[in-house]
Structures are given as C-alpha cells and as structure tokens.
Design a binder for this molecule. Structure first.
Ligand SMILES: Nc1ncnc2c1ncn2[C@@H]1O[C@H](COP(=O)(O)OP(=O)(O)O)[C@@H](O)[C@H]1O
Ligand SMILES: [Mg+2]
Length: 367
C-alpha cells in the first residue's frame, strides 16, 4: 500500500515526541499516517512506547512536541469524548455495578442519545458480538471471553469511526484469543472502522493487520504490511523480532549490483542482498530465514557460494523438520524443511553443505 499523503490521512502523527518527566523521551520521533478503514497494529517489546502513542491519540496524554491530526485537524483542541474514538483495553474496564445493557447504554447517554434509540443501538451492538441474550447479566456473571466481547460491543455501540485497542486479548487463553482475533478483524472490515491495535504478540499482529508498525525504543523501526515485514526487514532489530531468523556476523568484501559478498566471522564467503551495507569493510549481520536455506546444492546456481555445516540436532515437528546446525562457528543455525515424501532427514554428526539464493539473504546493520 502506498503511503497516504499526510493531508488526506485519517489519522496522522507528525514528528511526535513524548516525555513524562521533561527529560527522557519515551516517544522519540513518530511519523505515521493512516487512511480511513485501515487496521494498523503497533507491535513492539514492553516499554517501547505503544500505549503512550495510543493514549496521546485518545487524548488522555498530550504530546510534548509535534502534532496529532484526525481527518486533517489537530486534535489538541478536541476533548477525548468528542473525538469519536472507541477504546478497548486488556482489563475490560466494565462497570461492575451495571448490567451488560447498562454498560453499553452508558456511552450513548453521555452523548445525549434518547432512550428508544439507545435501546436499538445496544441490541444491535450485543448481536454484533453474539451476546444478544446477556443484556441483563452483570460483568461478574460472565467469563473472561464474554466480558471482552462486551467491552468490544461497548467500544462499538456509538458507531465510532476510529477504535483503539490496547492488548485487548492478552488475558484470554490461546483458543479464545485466536477466535476473537478473527472476530475483531471481520467486524472492523464489515463496519469500515479504522483500528489502531496494540500488541506485543507478533503472530497476532501479522494475522490481523493491514500494516504493522514495529516499535522499539520510542521509534517506529519499520512500518509495512505483514508479508513485507517478514520478507524484507529493513534492519536487524526487525529481522530478529519478526519470525524465526538466522543471524551471522561478518564483513563486506565486495558490493556489486545491489548484492554483497560477505566474509563471515566464523569463516566462509556468502552472497546476500546489500540492504544496510555500502562498501567493502562494512560490518554486517546477515539475516536468512530457516525455510530459505538450501541443503540440496543442485537447486543453487553453479557459481553460488556455499558454507560447510555440521548437523547437531534433528527435530521432527510433524508438518516440518527443524534441524539445528553448526555454521560459521555458531551452534544455533536453524533450517526448516517441509515433511514431503522425498525429503531426507539429516543425521546428527553428518557434515553437509548449505547455501541460498542471494536475494533470500539480507546484509543488515551490525548492531
Ligand atoms: N504515566 C507515566 N509516567 C511516567 N512514565 C511512564 C508513564 N507511562 C509510561 N511510562 C514510561 O514510558 C515508557 C513507554 O511506556 P509504554 O508506552 O507503556 O510502553 P508499551 O505500551 O510499549 O509497553 C516506559 O519506559 C514506561 O515506563
Ligand atoms: Mg502497553
């Protein structure tokens, strides 16, 4: 997806910085623009600034520098309840003394919507999350998954154009979490709402989102659709944070036509795409996905460089074989092969050759 011009963006962060104590910046330089209807996830380790960004967008925190815009207008002047933003948090935050229906009715009362219209909207929102029969219950009489559905319905009941969700499924078990991931994305697309979703769970981010913003240290490290993040990480942090990844350190010997010949620290020469390297002598960490490593040299070009490897461990996982190798002095090199009829199982102790297509391996920054 092409980056939306800042001016027609539905949500825009422009050079936003945030400090809580006037010294340390927890958000360092955030630039982001989202088109209407996008499902965008902020993904990153704990403390990387995700919740702070969501709170600034919702209006519960103010930016120290820079500007946040909704539909082209700066939001500083608009109080939180007038921003038309629905919110869902991990801990549900339902009112315990109110019934489910009263919980849902509350945001409508705040917005001065009449009784009969309220009843219709509450019913519709409950039906949306398949909780139509639960209007009379109190939150304590519901399971965690049901409470989270109600929290979702409450965020949607006033038909917001923008919904913010902060780790909303963190407290649910795996099966229910996967089911709710599916429900939330479907509902968002059906209703055409724009979503900013926060999680530290990469699988959740990759499966739910149109685009993912990978956060680290108060900055977006990369903002891209899931397949691009996995296949074309722009730096070593993203390569290592998203999916399984093999990393080997080395120095560039030669750069030609966008490809780099790298001399690995543990010995061996290998070809990679020159992503964050420019010239001979540059330090690099190369990144190669386990499923892109070839053990059958017939499938490589005859002039391809290859590496010596020793098989350390063979792990049978049903659909795939995971094999751990010693490569260039490291014992943690993983390859994955599909369990197909003609696939050989590598024996620990055996010496093999490995290689790859240069475009599958990326020479990134040495951090
Ligand atoms: N209200 C606050 N006052 C002071 N520091 C805060 C506050 N909220 C968050 N922080 C700090 O800001 C940094 C980013 O936090 P946060 O945005 O919650 O990260 P994330 O949601 O990615 O885990 C952390 O170092 C955190 O300790
Ligand atoms: Mg957080």
């Amino acid at each position: 997806m092409a980056d939306t011009a800042i001016n027609d963006a539905f949500v825009a962060f422009e050079r936003v910085q945030k400090s809580y104590d006037g010294e340390l910046l927890v958000v360092k330089d955030l630039n982001l623009s989202m088109p209407k209807g996008e499902f965008l996830t902020m993904l990153g380790p704990s403390g990387s600034g995700k919740t702070t960004c969501l709170m600034m967008l919702a209006g519960f925190e103010t930016a120290t520098h820079g500007e946040i815009k909704l539909k082209g207008d700066p939001i500083n002047n608009i109080p939180p309840h007038k921003r038309g933003i629905g919110m869902v948090f991990q801990n549900y935050a339902l009112f315990p003394h109110m019934t489910v229906a009263e919980n849902l009715s509350f945001p409508l009362e705040v917005r001065k919507i009449g009784k009969s219209e309220r009843e219709g909207k509450v019913k519709r929102a409950l039906d949306m999350v398949q909780m139509g029969d639960f209007g009379g219950r109190r939150p304590a009489q519901l399971s965690g998954g049901q409470q989270q559905r109600i929290a979702l319905a409450r965020a949607l009941v006033f038909e917001p154009e923008l919904v913010l969700m902060d780790e909303p499924l963190g407290a649910l078990d795996k099966q229910l979490r996967e089911h709710m991931q599916f429900e939330i994305t479907n509902l968002a697309h059906e209703l055409g709402i724009t979503v900013v979703y926060v999680t530290h769970d990469q699988t959740e981010a990759l499966t739910m989102s149109d685009r993912v913003a990978v956060f680290d240290d108060g900055r977006i490290q990369q903002l891209a659709p899931p397949d691009e993040l996995y296949e074309s990480p722009q730096n070593s942090f993203v390569a290592q944070f998203i999916g399984e990844n093999n990393t080997l350190g080395g120095a560039v010997k030669e750069v030609k036509d966008g490809f780099a010949l790298v001399e690995l620290d543990g010995g061996g020469l290998i070809d990679c795409k020159a992503v964050n390297v420019e010239k001979p002598g540059d330090r690099t960490l190369i990144s190669i996905r386990p499923e892109r490593v070839e053990t059958n040299m017939d499938r490589l070009n005859t002039d391809a460089h290859t590496l010596d490897a020793e098989v350390l461990e063979f792990i049978y996982m049903g659909d795939v074989f995971r094999t751990r190798l010693r490569v260039a002095g490291r014992d943690d090199f993983i390859i994955k092969t599909r369990n197909s009829a003609d696939q050989t199982r590598l024996t620990p102790g055996s010496k093999i050759k490995i290689g790859w297509q240069p475009e599958d391996c990326r020479a990134l920054d040495a951090v």
